[in-house]
Design a protein around this ligand. Structure first.
Ligand code: ZN
Ligand code: ZN
Length: 319
């Protein structure tokens, strides 16, 4: 069977949401074009410096490779964080990541939780467990990753920070925030970022309209050997996300294109809301000075460290 686009090469992939059969080259072009379209809306093509949050997984490799196909790689700086998870943060994986980025002409800077926060993720999980708390590793990891990525973006004077979240992640996050009724967080998810603090570097997700299976196939066709070992903390992953993921997959299999529709329709609502409302600046954490959520005076990260006995401070977190 021939490719539906070029009509000459053999089709190797069926794209359920378009119903097209594509050859490898046309598939790669399709992904790059869709990433470019999103990147233009997000302001990436006009930025002078962009920090890419990379992990060595398929999404971050696809992110770096697609962006480098239409943005001067000298404007891109990649940033990797070693969380400090025994048996997971492997040095051979870090070397591979460095090589791929070198080949693309993208600089790589690295740091670790240990260096920036003082503790590895394993330390944080152990301490909170010793205190009898049931705080998931993903809660520590997500919060500190966000904080470090933002700080690195500020440090290199990036106009924007780009992360490798794909369409599956984005649709799940939208539905989770809807279920929680978290309107303010929801609105910030739209494709055009909102600046809510002078300490925030705007964060964008150029892959937010690319299915996860597509980032996997892209990385595979580009010959990337990516981190396939599952994070050992996966079993601690919040269960709501797992349930929403299963629900969305069953919807997608019955009606291909559903995830894309959720994100696109949500973007329209988000833009409409932003036009009609004034979003106040976020408050700053009394301890670390970083921006925190509305109604808080100590950020979630500092609160987690205090609760786990890793940080002594006179300020007690607001409940
Ligand atoms: Zn083709
Ligand atoms: Zn703080």
């Amino acid at each position: 069977m021939k490719c539906d686009v070029c009509k000459s090469k053999d089709a190797v992939i069926l794209q359920p949401h378009t119903g097209r059969r594509l050859c490898k080259d046309c598939f790669i072009d399709d992904i790059r074009n869709r990433v470019k379209k999103e990147a233009e809306k997000e302001g990436l093509t006009k930025a002078n410096k962009i920090l890419l949050a990379v992990s060595g997984g398929k999404d971050s490799l696809t992110l770096a490779d697609t962006l480098a196909s239409f943005i001067d790689p000298k404007k891109l700086i990649s940033f990797n964080i070693v969380e400090g998870i025994g048996g997971y943060n492997r040095s051979d994986q870090a070397k591979k990541l460095k090589k791929y980025l070198d080949d693309l002409g993208i600089e790589l800077i690295s740091t670790s939780f240990k260096k920036e926060v003082g503790f590895t993720l394993d330390d944080m999980v152990r301490s909170s467990h010793d205190k009898g708390l049931n705080i998931s590793a993903c809660t520590f990891c997500g919060g500190f990753r966000r904080k470090l990525i933002n700080a690195a973006g500020r440090e290199v004077k990036a106009d924007l920070v780009a992360t490798g979240h794909n369409l599956d992640d984005e649709a799940q996050t939208i539905v989770i925030n809807l279920l929680r009724g978290d309107i303010k967080r929801l609105i910030r998810l739209g494709e055009i970022p909102v600046k809510l603090s002078d300490k925030f570097v705007l964060r964008v997700k150029p892959l937010r309209k690319i299915y996860e299976w597509e980032t996997t196939m892209y990385a595979y066709y580009k010959g990337f050997e990516f981190q396939e070992v599952e994070c050992p903390y996966i079993s601690m992953k919040p269960t709501l996300r797992a349930k929403v993921r299963d629900l969305l997959y069953s919807l997608e299999s019955k009606k291909p294109g559903s995830l894309l529709t959720i994100v696109e329709e949500f973007d329209k609502i988000s833009e409409e809301y932003k036009r009609n409302s004034e979003l106040k600046d976020l408050p700053k954490c009394k301890i670390c000075g970083e921006p925190t959520s509305y109604g808080r005076d100590v950020c979630k990260n500092c609160e987690l460290l205090i609760k786990s006995g890793l940080l002594n401070h006179q300020y007690l977190p607001m409940s």
